[in-house]
Design a binder for this molecule. Structure first.
Ligand SMILES: [Zn+2]
Ligand SMILES: [Zn+2]
Length: 101
């Protein structure tokens, strides 16, 4: 089982909400899910709907971590909304502030 973080952004101009979840998956990311209590929620279901305004217009970014010892984690990593992380955390801290648990 692998873990993958996805960062979501609402495309509704009055909302622009940003949030993230960590998903578990085997094989394709499109089978990924997270647990909400004892309920299994699929990534593809989450990816369609804004968690704040409920509109069906979102942008999804799958976090890709590239390890780099020379880049320390900072605000640009923790509060990132882009997909690519190139620093010492290998993507672990990337977009962390947006995580909804
Ligand atoms: Zn929204
Ligand atoms: Zn980092």
């Amino acid at each position: 089982m692998k873990t993958q973080r996805a960062i979501f952004q609402c495309l509704n101009k009055e909302c622009k909400h940003v949030w993230a979840y960590d998903y578990q998956y085997e094989g394709s990311i499109y089978n990924a899910f997270r647990m909400d209590g004892d309920k299994k929620i699929l990534f593809i279901v989450d990816s369609k709907r804004c968690s704040k305004c409920d509109r069906l217009s979102t942008k999804v970014r799958i976090v890709q971590g590239t390890h780099s010892d020379s880049h320390k984690c900072g605000a640009s990593c923790f509060a990132a909304i882009g997909a690519n992380c190139k620093c010492e955390c290998n993507g672990v801290n990337h977009g962390k502030v947006w995580l909804l648990v």
